[in-house]
Design a protein around this ligand. Structure first.
Ligand code: NAP
Length: 293
């Protein structure tokens, strides 16, 4: 495996993903904004760097897993960023969930310097990151995808090349549209059941055997029944993802009325101080709308 690999962003998702690359036999150069976040990787054999620039200077492929669009922009374009260090022919692989529009622009900025880019956001959460079973949605040139695929196989089980730069982020936005509206749907169904004097647990059980079955009815539905809103996937991050969806829809003139509604309900949870809860807490918003009857 004659490839030098860099990894930037060592949070809930980035740390186990970086560890899986090390386990796969890829020597890693890592950068974490908090120096202490690099310690577990250094203990596993990674070389800790002082900046994204230092990571990219010696890397054929640099993976990024940070929070939001402006964070990826800062890591790539900012002072001591990836762009200052990357050599022509190198590949930048952004696995964060960010704006597809900004991704297309970043890919073009990197290409001006001869640096290739893939967007490869993921679904599957911390468990998928730890177990190497994530679902990856990839945008970029097919030949660049082919070069990075052996490393993707260390991180995920379902790896789909969706299309050109930004296509992976567009697919991830689709994922969040479906996921958030399904959570909202389950929340409404359970509230409707309760108001009709019907046990939502029995409703869930029956629905799991029919057309309304889904992983969200199974997992988030159970969390709603248990009133267990420990994350999981935080309201704050789901709100960020729907903001990306709505901003993109706004920029392009795409009407997404259902997503706009769920985005407002996620805003309501942030406003009531519940941003750190699991997004199954959406059921509380629907319940509040129906209080007092
Ligand atoms: P996280 O635990 O908050 O980790 C984010 C990491 O990025 C942190 O280590 C943070 O550094 C670093 N970072 C943020 N901004 C930075 C900047 N400007 N410069 C340098 N480093 C920066 O979040 P996560 O759950 O790993 O999520 C990462 C990405 O994956 C997000 O885009 C998220 O939407 C996506 N995602 C998450 C999940 C999930 O279930 N958690 C599932 C699918 C996709 P500090 O440690 O210094 O704050």
């Amino acid at each position: 495996m004659n490839v030098n690999v860099g990894f930037i962003g060592l949070g809930i998702m980035g740390k186990p993903m970086a560890l899986n690359l090390i386990k796969g036999g890829y020597p890693l150069r890592v950068y974490g904004r908090r120096v202490e976040s690099m310690a577990p990787l250094a203990a596993a054999g990674a070389h800790a760097c002082a900046s994204p620039e230092e990571v990219a200077r010696a890397a054929d492929m640099t993976f990024i897993m940070v929070s939001d669009t402006q964070d990826v922009e800062q890591v790539i374009l900012g002072p001591k960023g990836v762009l200052s260090g990357a050599q022509p022919g190198a590949i930048v692989v952004d696995m964060s969930t960010i704006s597809p529009v900004a991704t297309r622009s970043l890919a073009s900025r990197l290409m001006d310097h001869g640096v290739e880019m893939l967007d490869a956001p993921v679904s599957g959460g911390e468990t998928g990151a730890v177990n190497g079973t994530l679902s990856l949605m990839v945008g970029g040139k097919p030949e660049v995808f082919t070069r990075v695929k052996p490393l993707f196989e260390r991180l995920g089980k379902k790896i789909v090349h969706i299309g050109a730069n930004g296509a992976g982020q567009a697919a991830k936005a689709c994922n969040q549209i479906v996921a958030s509206m399904t959570i909202e749907g389950v929340a409404e169904a359970f509230t409707f059941a309760r108001r009709n004097g019907v046990d939502p647990g029995r409703v869930r059980e029956a629905l799991l055997g029919g057309f309304a079955n889904s992983r969200i009815l199974e997992v988030h539905g159970q969390r709603m029944l248990d009133r267990d809103f420990r994350p999981g996937f935080k309201v704050r991050l789901h709100q960020k993802d729907l903001r990306i969806v709505m901003e993109t829809a706004h920029q392009m003139g795409i009407a997404l009325p259902g997503s706009a509604l769920v985005a407002q309900h996620l805003n309501a949870l942030i406003g009531s101080g519940d941003g750190e809860l699991d997004s199954s807490a959406l059921v509380q918003v629907i319940e509040r709308l129906n209080e007092g009857r």
